[in-house]
Design a protein around this ligand. Structure first.
Ligand code: GYE
Length: 344
């Protein structure tokens, strides 16, 4: 019995050993999996030298195909792009397209020829970018959309840094509802035709506007003060006292319209309520003067986030497809208090 007990123990041990032995090959794939993982992790293991090989702001050469100088917003945006490059030591190649897509395309082609690391572009209009973006892609130069979106497949740009223009339009609609609780007839100054902010501020506004408010006319003022004034003059000529309020897609057009309304002999902000977008300093002054009722913020100070994205992109780091900016709404009651704190 003792012998058979010993035998049993031996058999059990042998079985266990065999099992362990069997387990070994079974574990092998796991080991090789680990090997695969560590193979994949190899670049990370070599992270130290790779880190050293990473670019810094001082190595970065960026081309920025600015769209123009049409508004206070744009002036602040250009300053942010230029000043931040100086502060960080980034080499910036900057061009101003004077609101013309063909000039932006030319600038992008010249940046490609110069072999910059990254191209930043605020597309003046949404369509017509695929050919030139493809040229940049073929040259291995990443495109970052800044401020305005382009209507291209998502793989043609690495990231979009900018505002939620639809949300801005919705906010403007809500503000108009508050100003006109009993309804009214309004006119609209649209931004540059075909641009992302004009398209989205147009549609977002209509999402929230009360049905008792009628939009009696809607024309483009191309985001400029001069055009805003001119179009408002035409509105006044056509509709006169019928107009109860104005929705302007940016502050500059609202400021131009304010002049037109005063020249026509009506009080902006009272006889004709005004809601606009951007929250530039000129809008705060107009609110202090009682000539503008609301401005919805759109942040132009995109320089720091832009170069942060650009550096991450050239170093192969992951970046979000859309980086939205945080924005507010401002009213006349505290405009005097807020104005000195505004950076644009
Ligand atoms: O609101 C307007 C400017 O693209 C967000 O362009 C920008 C717009 C801004 O001219 O003032």
């Amino acid at each position: 019995m003792k012998v058979s007990k010993v035998l049993l123990v031996v058999v059990i041990l042998a079985t266990l050993a065999a099992l362990v032995g069997c387990a070994a090959p079974a574990a092998a794939p796991a080991t090789s999996n680990q090997a695969t993982t560590s193979d994949q992790a190899a670049p990370a293991d070599q992270a130290a030298p790779a880190e050293q090989g990473k670019k810094t702001y001082k190595d970065l050469v960026v081309g920025y195909a600015q769209l123009g100088a049409e508004s206070e917003w744009r002036t602040a945006n250009t300053a942010s792009i230029k000043e931040t490059a100086d502060e960080l030591g980034v080499t910036l190649k900057f061009s101003d397209a004077q609101q013309k897509q063909e000039n932006q395309i030319k600038a992008i082609r010249s940046f490609i020829a110069q072999g910059v690391d990254v191209i930043g572009v605020p597309p003046v209009v949404e369509t017509g970018w695929e050919t030139v973006f493809k040229e940049a892609q073929d040259a291995g130069i990443p495109i970052i959309l800044v401020d305005r979106r382009a209507d291209v497949p998502e793989d043609m740009y690495v990231s979009y840094l900018g505002s939620d223009f639809v949300e801005e339009g919705r906010k403007a609609g809500n503000e108009m509802n508050k100003l006109l609780p009993d309804g009214g007839k309004i006119v609209e100054l649209v931004g540059t035709v075909g641009s992302a902010p004009a398209n989205d501020r147009f549609s977002g506004f209509r999402e929230t506007l009360n049905p008792n408010i009628e939009i009696i006319d809607s024309q483009s003022g191309d985001f400029t003060r001069a055009k805003g004034k001119e179009v408002m003059e035409a509105f006044l000529k056509k509709y006169g006292n019928e107009i109860t309020a104005l929705y302007a897609h940016n502050d500059d057009m609202a400021l131009g319209a304010i002049q037109a309304i005063e020249e026509y002999g009506l009080k902006p902000g009272e006889d004709i309520k005004i809601v606009s977008i951007d929250a530039v300093r000129g809008a705060f002054q107009a609110m202090i003067d009682g000539k503008l009722n609301v401005t919805v913020e759109c942040n132009p100070l995109l320089g720091p986030q832009f170069y942060d994205l650009a550096l991450k992109v050239v170093n192969g780091e992951e970046v979000p497809k859309w980086l939205p900016s945080a924005e507010s709404v401002y009213y006349p009651d505290n405009a005097a208090e807020v104005l000195p704190t505004r950076q644009y």
